[in-house]
Unconditional design. Structure first.
Length: 169
């Protein structure tokens, strides 16, 4: 059995033409005071939006300030953690006193003794990967040096010896 066919309704009970509705504004006169009221409402809304934006911007500035303060505190903590706890200001003077031998002296020394190659051959490093690997090896070497008992007793002479051994010319 099929559905019964619906017949079209000629008019729906709540339907009235737009001219008969109370809300229709056909040929309606609008007074100047009503227009001013609308303008005032729009102006107040604009003021509200501006104030809302200002509050939001102030809130964002407050957040930015707190983030900046936290970032500075983190930097200070990291700096304190990474501090070696010793004064290394005299290293520059000591490094200046290290005398590097000239090439003829090195060639004379190589005939008498075995020629020492530097641990980090600076002229042979070409790629970024090799440079990074050499840097990592040097960091590990320095960490081992810092744990060495002789370094704890006299760090400046140990660093001098380390530099001479690493960068012999």
């Amino acid at each position: 059995m099929g559905k019964a066919a619906r017949s079209k309704l000629k008019s729906r009970p709540g339907e009235t033409p737009s001219r008969q509705r109370k809300s229709a504004a056909i040929n309606k006169d609008v007074s100047a005071t009503e227009v001013n009221d609308l303008d005032n409402k729009q102006f107040e809304l604009a003021k509200k939006e501006v104030k809302k934006k200002q509050r939001h911007e102030a809130w964002l500035e407050k957040l930015d300030h707190s983030y900046a303060v936290k970032k500075q505190q983190r930097k200070k903590e990291i700096k304190i953690q990474n501090n070696l706890g010793m004064d290394l200001s005299g290293i520059g003077d000591i490094l200046d006193t290290i005398k590097f031998k000239s090439k003829p002296a090195v060639t004379a020394m190589s005939t008498e003794e075995e020629k020492k190659e530097s641990i980090i051959p600076t002229n042979k490093i070409k790629s970024k990967k090799a440079k990074k690997q050499a840097e990592m090896q040097e960091i590990l070497r320095m960490q081992k040096l810092m744990q060495f008992g002789e370094f704890k007793q006299n760090p400046l002479s140990t660093i001098r010896q380390h530099v001479q051994n690493t960068f012999c010319q």
